[in-house]
Design a protein around this ligand. Structure first.
Ligand SMILES: Nc1ncnc2c1ncn2[C@@H]1O[C@H](COP(=O)(O)OP(=O)(O)OP(=O)(O)O)[C@@H](O)[C@H]1O
Ligand SMILES: [Mg+2]
Length: 569
């Protein structure tokens, strides 16, 4: 499967690139320079300069006043309404009612699936709503509303109403700074924040300096969530509507197989590295009462805000590897995941929650009874403009150096921590060897690449090299369409997931460097094929009895794919 990608080794000595190859680069440079002038004026008006040896010096690593980075929002007197409560208490529902009745608005959520749900809901209610994530733009005629993933929050337009969902993610080590940016930066008359009450004091503190009016509304859970006294024990006790939670891909497939081998149930699966469109279809299939897939096996990718028809959450383990160590699940994680059971208004209005093993029950019960610990700090990260201005004052084009300098020297006020940018540093180490401008380097650094995934990181390296050397990146140079197959093993499945990540990265870059990544359509169609092949694998795995209404694979794929995509098969 890896042969689909003709990935080459990284070359360290590269020729000098002619700027003219980069099409719009010069234009972008000019735009940046004028933006810097405007920023210096802005900062000059609001912050002190310290004089060094005759020249005026400016400390760009002083990040103590992040609210001043967003002049649009500061010009507004925003009304900020906090919808705070446990899971399944109607927080998002109420905020969305306000969004729906507004003349213009934006919804920012932590997951593509949530943005997708909101766009669907608004469009169904005849409120045209665009769906915008890093890798997709579904624009609807006449739309004045947008549902976006939080990283795509637009801080330059004015809205009547904005919603930021799962606002407690301000405290997330890696993504928290995007929530901070949205919270401080969105320019809206009304800003609705939904989330865990543990975030209230921090948000109040952060907004003390913005001049916004803040109102807090507390919610109660709408339907009961019952922690069970008995563990699941055997898989023969699995019932329709159950969701088994586990944290590794390996375990997800093992559990799916074990349950399906019992012959009574078929399992949808949802986990992080599954392509988002596959996740959506798996979740939809599970939610659809007429589908055969009546049990869900999932990771904590289902943990936030989603409305799934789950009757009972069953934790297969209460431990998770968090990238550094194997640790017990934390109270907010347990509550978020458990909260998926028994959604108000669903087929299963009373939720139940248990574990497979009896020894895990005490941690489950005590966690569900405990309040989440109060959130103390919000993530923060310097804007590109600050890093660019720093590079002008300390002439360097090494993004790695700049990032490290900010990490080591950033001055923060007491409400913030500097975001973990380990992934960015890994990309910067590779990209700094290439003759690229700072903005291009930055773009590659914030792209959705998984540098711990070999295929994905090689894909990024090759895209960046071709872009630096030729100014244009043709997908066919590194990828041969028509070579993708249904995976036969878990290793092949993992490879296909990685290939999907590379194609996804191409699509992401094509939205930002349109002229240089022109094969948007091809990459999107190959992505769609990847996810269908993965779904085909999921259906074949553990499928014991062929069902009559299942279409043969090629016909089924054709029925799902557009004509444009089919020609690439
Ligand atoms: N007033 C209402 N009328 C009808 N349905 C409602 C109402 N309030 C909430 N719901 C439904 O209840 C379910 C849970 O609501 P919602 O998603 O708003 O909860 P939440 O508090 O945001 O939960 P989470 O913390 O898990 O995100 C949704 O399906 C929602 O549509
Ligand atoms: Mg919600």
């Amino acid at each position: 499967m890896a042969s689909s990608f003709l990935l080459r080794r990284r070359v360290s000595s590269l020729g000098v690139v002619s700027r003219s190859l980069h099409g719009n680069m010069e234009h972008r440079w000019l735009r940046l320079e004028s933006r810097v002038e405007a920023l210096v004026t802005l900062f000059g008006a609001t912050r002190k300069f310290s004089s060094g040896t005759g020249t005026t010096k400016f400390d760009f690593t002083d990040l103590t006043r992040p609210h001043t980075w967003y002049p649009n929002a500061r010009r507004k007197h925003r009304k900020v309404i906090l919808h705070m409560g446990p899971t399944n208490s109607g927080k998002t529902h109420n905020a969305l009612k306000q969004l729906q009745s507004s003349s213009s608005g934006i919804y920012c959520g932590p997951l593509r699936l949530l943005a997708w749900e909101v766009a669907k809901r608004l469009n169904k209610a005849k409120v045209p709503c665009d769906l915008i994530t890093g890798q997709e733009r579904e624009e609807v005629d006449g739309a004045k509303h947008k549902a976006v993933t939080v990283e795509m929050a637009d801080v330059t337009s004015d809205y009547q109403c904005a919603v930021i969902d799962e606002i407690q993610m301000l405290g997330c080590r890696t993504r928290g700074f995007s929530f901070t940016r949205a919270l401080l930066g969105i320019s809206a008359d009304e800003l609705h924040l939904c989330g865990d009450p543990a975030a209230v004091p921090l948000i109040q503190e952060m907004l003390r300096v913005t001049g916004d009016e803040v109102e807090v509304q507390f919610y109660e859970r709408l339907s009961p969530l019952v922690p069970m006294k008995v563990p699941l024990g055997s898989f023969s006790n699995i019932q329709t509507g159950d969701c088994i939670v586990t944290f590794s891909r390996c375990n997800i497939y093992r559990l799916k197989r074990e349950i399906e081998n019992g012959g009574k149930h078929l399992c949808s699966v949802v986990y992080g590295s599954l392509p988002p469109e596959t996740r959506t279809r798996q979740a939809t299939m599970f939610n659809d009462a007429s589908s055969d897939f009546d049990v869900l096996v999932a990771s904590d990718a289902i943990g936030m805000g989603l409305n799934l028809n789950i009757s009972r959450i069953i934790f297969s383990t209460m431990k998770k590897f968090d990238g550094i160590e194997m640790r017990d699940l934390m109270v907010p994680e347990i509550k978020q995941i458990a909260g998926r059971a028994g959604r108000y208004g669903s087929k299963f209005p009373v939720g139940k929650v248990t574990c497979i093993d009896a020894e895990d029950l005490s941690l489950l019960h005590s966690s569900l009874e405990s309040p989440s610990p109060t959130l103390e700090l919000a993530g923060l990260f310097p804007t590109f403009d600050l890093m660019y201005m720093y590079s002008l004052v300390h002439p360097t084009n090494s993004l790695h150096q700049i990032l490290e300098h900010f990490l080591d020297n950033a001055k923060l006020s007491e409400n913030y921590f500097i975001a973990d940018c380990e992934e960015m540093l890994k990309v910067a180490a590779v990209i700094d060897e290439l003759p690229l401008g700072l903005h291009d380097k930055y773009l590659f650094c914030i792209s959705p690449v998984d540098m711990d995934d070999e295929i994905s990181s090689q894909g990024l390296t090759q895209f960046a090299q071709n872009y630096a050397n030729k100014g244009i990146v043709r997908l066919r140079e590194i990828f041969t369409p028509g070579t993708l197959q249904v995976p036969k093993t878990q290793t092949a499945l993992k490879e296909l997931e990685s290939i999907h990540k590379v194609l996804d990265l191409y699509v992401w870059l094509s939205f930002r460097l349109e002229d240089s990544f022109p094969d948007h359509e091809l990459a999107s169609s190959q992505k769609a094929i990847c996810s269908l092949l993965i779904e085909e694998f999921l259906e074949r795995l553990g499928w014991q009895k062929p069902r009559g209404r299942r279409l043969p694979s090629r016909a089924r794929m054709n029925s799902l794919l557009s004509k444009d995509v089919r020609q690439h098969l």
